[in-house]
Design a binder for this molecule. Structure first.
Ligand code: GLN
Length: 278
């Protein structure tokens, strides 16, 4: 069905250096036809919509932005170029959080740099009695996170607020989680065009060594964590040792690294001791 249409589109994507041109062409055609599976010929207007999508993808715009959607933790998130596209790697943070609280769920969660809201919303969907606050500097991101919380049924337990990391927060949480920007200046030179050309630099770039945002967050952590609370942060390539030092200097203990499905050190988990500084 639609074989030559798909073949031509895939060839166009392949010519732009896209890795899985056939698969993406099928995904985009299904989206253009509003179908889960392509089981009929597209109409003329569906063909036109598909051609536009393929043209966008050929510029290397990510599929998630073309669709305006991305699945994360088996939940369907709205996304736009105002927010980082949720990555399967970041599910490592959700898993690490669940593993940390097997004896009882946290009551309160703080998500710093919430973006689409994916981390906070995934956790609130797992812990039905928890409430959470998502902080972001971008009002557009906050509006998207709010809509995601509403559509995914956790809005009554989620609050989204504009802010600069922990600054101005006057309460403490049982869990602090963040996927901060962590791309170093050097790594930025090698980012895929799909990422560097379309995703928000604000959500990606973390200064010279990529760890500036983590340093800023670490500085404020003691004021927003309950005694015994946990903090979980996503890490970039080869950042585990430096992140460990930053968090130890901030007074955190019991550091643990969580690996992603590719075996990379993806997240760092730490605990605030009962008596901060002890
Ligand atoms: N994992 C993202 C990437 O490699 C970066 C996310 C981030 O900086 N927090 O493109």
């Amino acid at each position: 069905m639609s074989a030559s249409l798909l073949k031509d589109a895939a060839a166009q994507l392949a010519a732009s250096g896209i890795d899985e041109p056939q698969r993406e062409a099928r995904i985009l055609l299904a989206a253009a036809m509003n179908l889960a599976r392509i089981d009929r010929e597209p109409t003329a207007s569906e063909r036109a919509a598909f051609a536009q999508m393929i043209a966008r993808r050929a510029t290397r715009e990510p599929v998630a932005y073309i669709l305006g959607r991305k699945e994360f933790w088996s939940l369907d998130f709205e996304v736009s170029p105002a927010v980082l596209i949720p990555r399967p790697d970041s599910e490592t943070l959700v898993e690490a959080a669940l593993a940390q609280f097997t004896d009882g769920a946290p009551k309160t969660i703080l998500d710093l740099g919430t973006g689409s809201g994916c981390l906070l919303i995934a956790l609130l969907s797992e812990w039905r009695d928890a409430t959470g606050v998502g902080i972001d500097v971008s009002d557009t991101a906050l509006a998207i996170a709010q809509r995601n919380a509403e559509r995914l049924g956790v809005a009554s337990r989620a609050q989204f607020r504009r802010g600069d990391w922990t600054e101005g927060l006057d309460r403490r949480f049982d869990l602090v989680i963040a996927n901060p920007p962590y791309i170093s200046a050097r790594e930025h030179l090698y980012l895929d065009r799909d990422v560097a050309g379309f995703e928000p630099a604000l959500a990606l770039r973390g200064g010279e060594d990529g760890l500036d945002p983590l340093r800023r967050i670490a500085n404020g952590l003691k004021l927003v964590m309950q005694p015994h609370a946990f903090a979980i942060f996503e890490l970039g390539i080869d950042q585990a040792a430096a992140a460990r030092r930053i968090l130890i200097n901030a007074g955190l203990k019991d550091l643990r690294i969580a690996k992603d499905l590719g075996g990379r050190e993806r997240a760092i988990v730490a605990r605030l001791p009962h008596q901060p500084g002890a």
